[in-house]
Design a protein around this ligand. Structure first.
Ligand SMILES: Cc1cc2nc3c(=O)[nH]c(=O)nc-3n(C[C@H](O)[C@H](O)[C@H](O)COP(=O)(O)OP(=O)(O)OC[C@H]3O[C@@H](n4cnc5c(N)ncnc54)[C@H](O)[C@@H]3O)c2cc1C
Length: 415
């Protein structure tokens, strides 16, 4: 499977996978048959992550062909992503805590040569555990890992190699094409027993041959236990701010970032004057980003910018990495802009970067209007607690028309 950073490529893969979203997915999705054999899963995550593909159109396609109950297993997985995103919005200190934990762990690595050697061996696929080493290479070489491999890998990282979980989450985040602050951080926490407190995921050597169809039959002794990680109590949950922006007549620019590859379909009252493109991805890690992930994210932003410019017939201004805030201030004065409109930033590096830049770089007089995605707005109220609270609502959300909310998204596949 290959991932081109365009909506066209996303729609092509969606069309290919629609027939598999029913019973076939439920039966085979847990099998990781290796990089050359990915037919059991959709591979849609990089496009969903950059929102070159909207979750509602993927769900609509699945239900359209297989019916709600026929596509249950697939629908559940799509909602897992939405769940983690909403959950993190309710619990922002988890993101801050992860970053602090990562900084602390990298500090330890700098001071402790033995830890550094074990950490490097893990990232370079030199641990001597064949499956783990293969997955480390696959991650760096392709930017993707099957979900089951991600679970095994994280479990081995934490419980067999006994490395800090934040370093593993960072390794994933740097290299995954679909690297996502919420899905990645929460999944690592889930494996380590921090998400569902006390419940961990233990990788077992005896199920690997079955679910890899014999690829990793020679897995050596792994940790037989997975004692849950612990942490200080989290702050009380708070509802994410999702208020509807009140605006109508302002002259504005549409700002396209890696958080929304369908920015041109946001509910905008009238066309923008100009499209601003923050094309360089925000660094996901103090260690930077893998080349493949960086290339995908940058390409996805450009794809959206080109569509947006063509749709509204307005100029597209690429912003450079270090002078973007000054460029926005210049564009605001040159185009007499009163506001910059963009998709609401979820927790993650783009949000930190843009909001910080706004308060410090001469943009104080340009209103920033962040528009919440309607699908997120439908899902997030049910993501305060465990996934099962959301699961109870899925049929309702689907029936109530969580779909089609960004109907202007351009041509979807015919089903
Ligand atoms: C340790 C770990 C780290 C992860 N990091 C990320 C990440 O950074 N970004 C990310 O998008 N997913 C992450 N996942 C979730 C999951 O592994 C990927 O979404 C999935 O493997 C993507 O492949 P696919 O598109 O072929 O999935 P499919 O099986 O075809 O599923 C369809 C869609 O459902 C969603 N989905 C499927 N499984 C999950 C899941 N377990 N949790 C959340 N959403 C899911 C994805 O959007 C996916 O594209 C992580 C899982 C683990 C265990």
């Amino acid at each position: 499977m290959t991932w081109a950073p365009s909506r066209q490529a996303a729609l092509a893969q969606l069309s290919v996978f629609i027939p598999e979203m029913g019973e076939a997915y439920a039966r085979t999705r847990s099998f990781d048959l290796g990089p050359g054999a990915r037919a059991s899963v959709s591979g849609l995550s990089p496009w969903l992550r950059s929102r070159l593909l909207a979750p509602e159109e993927v769900l609509e396609a699945a239900i359209g062909m297989h019916g709600f109950s026929g596509a249950q297993a697939f629908i559940q997985q799509v909602f897992w992503r939405a769940y983690f995103k909403g959950w993190l919005e309710h619990q922002p200190d988890v993101w801050e805590r992860y970053q602090a934990g990562l900084a602390g762990a990298l500090n330890q690595v700098a001071k402790d040569a033995r830890l550094a050697a074990r950490y490097m061996a893990a990232c370079e696929g030199q641990t001597g555990i064949p499956c783990f080493d293969a997955w480390a290479g696959e991650l760096v070489g392709t930017g993707y890992l099957h979900n089951h491999a991600r679970m095994w890998f994280a479990s081995l990282w934490i419980f067999t190699l006994k490395l800090p979980w934040e370093l593993g989450a960072d390794f994933f985040f740097r290299h995954l094409l679909d690297g996502d602050a919420a899905a990645n951080t929460c999944s690592w926490r889930w494996v380590g027993g921090l998400h569902t407190q006390g419940k961990t995921y233990l990788a077992r050597a005896d199920n690997m041959p079955k679910f890899t169809r014999g690829r990793f039959a020679d897995t050596p002794e792994l940790s037989g236990e997975a004692p849950a990680l612990t942490e200080p109590r989290l702050a009380a949950k708070r509802a994410p701010e999702m208020s509807e922006p009140r605006w109508s007549g302002q002259r504005y620019a549409l700002l396209v970032t890696e958080e929304d590859g369908l920015a041109e379909t946001l509910p905008l009252p009238h066309p923008p004057e100009v499209i601003l493109v923050l094309s360089a991805p925000s660094e996901r890690s103090p260690l930077g980003m893998g080349e493949l992930a960086r290339g995908f994210v940058t390409g996805a932003v450009h794809d959206c910018a080109a569509r947006s410019g063509a749709k509204f017939g307005v100029p597209v201004i690429p912003l450079t990495d270090d002078t973007w805030a000054a460029q926005i201030a210049d564009a605001a004065s040159g185009h007499k802009l009163e506001a910059v409109v963009t998709a609401r930033f979820p927790f993650g590096p783009t949000r930190s970067r843009v909001r910080k830049g706004w308060s410090t770089d001469g943009l104080m007089n340009v209103e920033r209007i962040e528009i919440a995605d309607p699908f997120d707005a439908a899902v997030w109220p049910h993501t305060k607690a465990g996934y099962f609270k959301l699961k109870e609502q899925i049929a309702d959300i689907c029936a109530r028309g969580g779909f089609g909310l960004r109907a202007a998204a351009g041509p979807g596949p015919q089903v």
